[in-house]
Write a protein that binds this ligand. Structure first.
Ligand code: SAM
Ligand code: SF4
Length: 438
C-alpha cells in the first residue's frame, strides 16, 4: 500500500534541513511526498518559536490541519520544531487530534517514532534534549533536480542572548563529526547539488573534539576539496566568534562565496550589553574592513532588532548610524517580541508596539535606499551566477551571484545548475535583472 506525507516548514533554514532529514526517513519507510495536505496520510508541521508572530502562524496552521484530520481521522498528525519543544506534552493534552510532538533534538529518532505511530496504539511526545548528533540518512534521488542543499553542522546554542528562546528549545551546542558532514556533502553532490550552505545557530563556533580538535575553518578547508561541489556558504555567524583563521578562509577557499551573514542586533553598546551579545559596536565595526580586505567584493547582511526593552531614541539612532556606516547589502529586521522564559521577558521599560513599528519602518527605509544604491552600482558589470531554476516571474530563469544577489534573466532550462556570466542591466530593491554575457 502506498502511503503519503506532507511536511509544512516554517521559520529558518535549519528547519528546512530538519524537514528534509525527516523526509528522507519517510522515503526510506516507503512514504511518498504530496503537495496537498488533504491527500496525505501523515502531516507534519515544522514550527518556529523565535518570535511571537512565528508562533501565532504555527498555531493557525495547526488549527487548519486539525480540521483536515477531523474529516479524515486515520491521518497521523504531528508537530515538530521549536514550538513542539517549547510546549511539549501540553500540546497533546490541548489537541486530542495531535499524534506526535517531536523536538528538534529528537529528529534522529524519527524512524523509531514512526513505527510506534503506525501501530496507532499510542501518541508520542519526544522532546528530550539529546546530546547525540544526527546519523546521516541517504536516500537516492531525494534531491534530484535541486541545485542548492543544506547541511546542519552543529546544533544548539550556548550564548543565552537575553531575548532569545533558542538555547531553551534547541539545547546546548553540539558539533557533528566532520566525517559525517563530508559524507553528506558527497551524497548531495552525487544527487546533483552544486551549492551547499552549512548551518548552525552559531555556525562559526563549530568545534569537533575527538583525537584532534576540528574548528569551523578546518571544516571549510576540508569541504573546499569536495570534488564536483561548486559553492559553499554558511550561516549564521556570531560576531564574537569570527576568528582570523575563519576570515583567512575567504582568501584560501575559492569555493567559499563572497558573502557573510553577521547579525549585529543593535548599534548601541548599552543595548548590546543588556542583550548579552558579548561584543561592542566598535569590535563589530572592526570586523568589516578585515572581511573586505580579504575579499573586496564581500557582501554583508545582518539581523537587527528594534524596540528592545529600554531602547531609547538615542540607542535607536546609534543603530541607524551603524547601518549607514557599514552599508549592508541587506538586512533582516525585526520588532522585539517577548518570549516566555527568557531574561528580557522580565525587563522593565517595554517599548509600545506603535513606537516599535515606527522605528522598524524608519530603519527599513534607510536600508532600502542603501540596498538599492548598491544594486544600482552593479549595472553594466559582468558577474558570475549559479543558475538555480525558473524565476518567480514567468519566462525567466533565476540565478545567484557569489555575493548572494538574485539575478533574473532570459534563458533556457539547460542552463539550470550551471555557472554562467551575466551582465547586469537592471537593479531593484530585492533583485537584479541581467543578460547572459556573450
Ligand atoms: N544565532 C543568530 C545570532 O546570534 O544572531 C540568530 C538566530 S535567531 C534564531 C534569528 C534572529 O531572530 C536573531 O538574529 C534576532 O534578530 C531575531 N530574534 C531572536 N529573538 C527575538 C525576539 N525575542 N524578538 C524579535 N526578534 C528576535
Ligand atoms: Fe539566540 Fe543569541 Fe544563540 Fe543567536 S547567539 S541563537 S540570538 S541565543
Amino acid at each position: 500500500m502506498q502511503r503519503t506525507y506532507y511536511i509544512a516548514t516554517m521559520g529558518c533554514q535549519m528547519n528546512e534541513y530538519d524537514s528534509e532529514y525527516v523526509g528522507r526517513c519517510l522515503r526510506q519507510a516507503r512514504y511518498f511526498p504530496v503537495e496537498d495536505p488533504g491527500k496525505a496520510d501523515l502531516i507534519l508541521i515544522n514550527t518556529c518559536a523565535v518570535r511571537a508572530k512565528a508562533e501565532q502562524k504555527a498555531f493557525s496552521l495547526l488549527g487548519r490541519m486539525i480540521s483536515l484530520k477531523r474529516r479524515r481521522p486515520g491521518v497521523i498528525l504531528g508537530i515538530m520544531g521549536c514550538l513542539a519543544q517549547n510546549r511539549g506534552g501540553s500540546l497533546l493534552e490541548r489537541y486530542p487530534e495531535l499524534d506526535l510532538v517531536l523536538g528538534p533534538r529528537e529528529i534522529g529518532r524519527f524512524g523509531e517514532v514512526l513505527g510506534r505511530l503506525e501501530t496507532g496504539k499510542s501518541r508520542v511526545e519526544a522532546t528530550t534534549m539529546r546530546k547525540s548528533t544526527l546519523i546521516p540518512v541517504f536516500y537516492k534521488d531525494f534531491f534530484k533536480g535541486r541545485v542548492k542543499g543544506f547541511i546542519t553542522v552543529m546544533e544548539g546554542c550556548n550564548n543565552f542572548c537575553t531575548y532569545c528562546i533558542v538555547p531553551y528549545v534547541r539545547g546546548r551546542e553540539v558539533s557533528r563529526p566532520p566525517e559525517d558532514i563530508l559524507k553528506e556533502a558527497e551524497y548531495l553532490v552525487a544527487e546533483g547539488i552544486k551549492e551547499i550552505t552549512l548551518l548552525g545557530q552559531n555556525v562559526n563556533s563549530y568545534m569537533y573534539k575527538h583525537d584532534q580538535s576540528i574548528r569551523f575553518s578546518d571544516l571549510l578547508r576540508m569541504l573546499n576539496e569536495t570534488e564536483g561541489l561548486q559553492r559553499i556558504r554558511f550561516t549564521t555567524s556570531h560576531p564574537k566568534d569570527l576568528s582570523d583563521d575563519l576570515v583567512q578562509c575567504f582568501a584560501d577557499c575559492p569555493k567559499l562565496c563572497s558573502h557573510i551573514h553577521l547579525p549585529f542586533q543593535s548599534g548601541s553598546n548599552r543595548v548590546l550589553k543588556a542583550m548579552n551579545r558579548g561584543y561592542t559596536r566598535e569590535t563589530y565595526m572592526d570586523l568589516i574592513p578585515k572581511l573586505r580586505r580579504v575579499r573586496s567584493e564581500m557582501a554583508l547582511t545582518s539581523d537587527v532588532m528594534v524596540g528592545f526593552p529600554g531602547e531609547t531614541r538615542e540607542d535607536f539612532e546609534a543603530t541607524l548610524d551603524l547601518i549607514a556606516k557599514v552599508e549592508f547589502d541587506g538586512l533582516y529586521s525585526f520588532n522585539y517580541s517577548d518570549r516566555e522564559g527568557t531574561r528580557a521577558d522580565d525587563f522593565k521599560d517595554k517599548i509600545p508596539e506603535e513606537e516599535k513599528l515606527n522605528r522598524l519602518s524608519e530603519l527599513q527605509q534607510l536600508q532600502r535606499s542603501i540596498t538599492l544604491s548598491k544594486n544600482r552600482a552593479m549595472i553594466g558589470k559582468e558577474t558570475e551566477i549559479l543558475v538555480e531554476g525558473p524565476s518567480k516571474k514567468g519566462g525567466h530563469l533565476r540565478g545567484r551571484t557569489s555575493t548572494n544577489k538574485i539575478v533574473n534573466f532570459q534563458g533556457d532550462s539547460t542552463k539550470i545548475g550551471k555557472l554562467i556570466k551575466v551582465v547586469i542591466k537592471r537593479a531593484h530593491a530585492n533583485s537584479l535583472g541581467g543578460e547572459e554575457a556573450r
